[in-house]
Every structure is written in C-alpha cells, then in structure tokens.
Design a protein around this ligand. Structure first.
Ligand code: PGA
Length: 246
C-alpha cells in the first residue's frame, strides 16, 4: 500500500537551538493528526546534519521520523565534508534525500552519483527519497517526460523499489512560489509511476507547497505526499501541511 509522507526539507536553515524551538511548538500540533492505519500520515523532518543528533533524542518515542539531506556512497574514507550511512543510522535517521535539484545544480550531483547514493542508503536500511524533475527550459521545450524517464532509468539501476520514495520536484517550482498546478503534478506523478516496477512506491510532490495549496495537492489521486522547503521552517505552517484537509 502506498504510504502518505509529508516531509520537511530544512536545507541550510536552523541551528540546534532553533531546531529544538521548532519541535517544542510543532509536536503539540500533531497530536490529532490522522493516525488511522489505512491513512496514516508519515511525518518526516530533514534538518541539517548538525541538528540530527539532538532532534533524534527529542523525537524519541514520537511519530516524527528523521531524514538526512544527503548521504555518501562509501561507508568511510577520505571524502572531506561527506557523511556515511552508518553515521546517520547511529543517530536514528530513517530517510535520506538523494539527488535534490540543489545538489545537482550547485554541487555537481549526477545521475550516476545519485544511483550510488541510493544504493548506499538502501545498504544501510535508510529509505531514500529520490528527487527528479525538469527545469523551466526543459518544460518549455516539451521534454518533461523524456527528462524524467532518463533521470529514473539512470538513478534506479539495481535499486530495490520496495524500499524507495520518489519526489517529483519541478525545478522551476522550488523556492519560487510558483507551484506546479495540482492536476499537472498529478499527471507527471502518474507518468513516474508508469515507469516503475513496484506500484506501491510513494511519490511526493515538491515545489512551493504551502498552507494555501496543500489541500488541493493532497486531494490528487496520484500524489502520496509532499516534500516541503520554505513552508516547513515554521511550526504552525508545517503543522498545517501535515494536517491537510480533504
Ligand atoms: P520549497 O522547496 O518548498 O521551498 O519550494 C521544496 C524543496 O526544495 O524540496
């Protein structure tokens, strides 16, 4: 069964103290969030590496799961600035975002390194959240399906699709306030599903999800959740997203 997953990607925001402050305000807001096993809403927070340890302690016993924003493909070695799967699982991390467009754009991430990182996540029993999506120029050129098909084909070589989440994140909609129309996001996510061998993979939409559009996005039949940047930084706003109404 496809799981509903609402994830906050904090990017390079929040010190440990600010992360704790967020949790103090956020946790009371989710006590009534739908926990019906058939429709349970998974809640994930992906803070910076430096906040993971403390947040893991604070969240112990809660229903909020932690995700990392990246993971290196080797288990250890001379890779300055990188973090391995074992370092994440030791902190109680359950998910890892892989191939976010900001990593692809600013840090030289390629489809090949995305594949290696996905494999490392699965090897360490982390569930990877694979991000795919087209740029504005690619969309304008009518290449949405071709780009996504190519990203998926290369990323998913030898990947176990029973232990995978995908986020459709059109690059032009990230941090711009310019949301992809809910029906169009639904259509592209249907296309992504048609490329997979496992029909139960949860597929999120990401890109300017906010309290004013989350209900419409989550009402779409193909969309299983959201990966949220800006609107996850404030507790009341992220709580409203998690508590979306159908
Ligand atoms: P945004 O970011 O919600 O700020 O557009 C989404 C993301 O980068 O995952």
């Amino acid at each position: 069964m496809r799981k509903i997953l609402i994830a906050g990607n904090w990017k390079m925001h929040k010190t440990q103290a600010e992360s704790q402050e967020f949790l103090q305000a956020f946790i009371p807001e989710i006590t009534n969030t739908n926990i019906d096993p058939d429709e349970e809403r998974g809640i994930i927070l992906c803070p910076t590496f430096t906040s993971l340890g403390l947040m893991s302690k604070t969240l112990h016993g809660s229903r909020v799961r932690l995700g990392a924003q990246n993971i290196h493909w080797e288990d250890s070695g001379a890779y300055t600035g990188e973090v391995s799967g074992a370092m994440l699982t030791e902190l109680g991390v359950s998910y890892a975002i892989v191939g976010h467009s900001e990593r692809r754009l600013y840090f030289g991430e390629t489809d090949e390194t995305v594949n290696l990182r996905l494999k490392a996540a699965q090897r360490h029993t982390l569930i990877p959240i694979l991000c795919v999506g087209e740029t504005k120029a690619q969309r304008d050129a009518g290449k949405v399906e071709a780009i996504i098909e190519n990203q998926l084909q290369k990323a998913l070589v030898d990947i176990d699709q029973s232990n995978l989440v995908i986020a459709y994140e059109p690059v032009w909609a990230i941090g711009t306030g310019d949301t992809c129309e809910a029906k169009e996001a639904n259509r592209v996510i249907g296309f992504i599903r048609s490329q997979l061998t496992n029909a139960d993979v949860s597929i999120q939409y990401g890109g300017s999800v906010k309290p004013s559009n989350v209900d419409e996005i989550m009402a779409q039949p193909e969309i299983d959740g959201a990966l949220v940047g800006g609107a996850s930084l404030e507790a009341a706003s992220f709580a409203r997203l998690v508590n979306y109404q159908l």
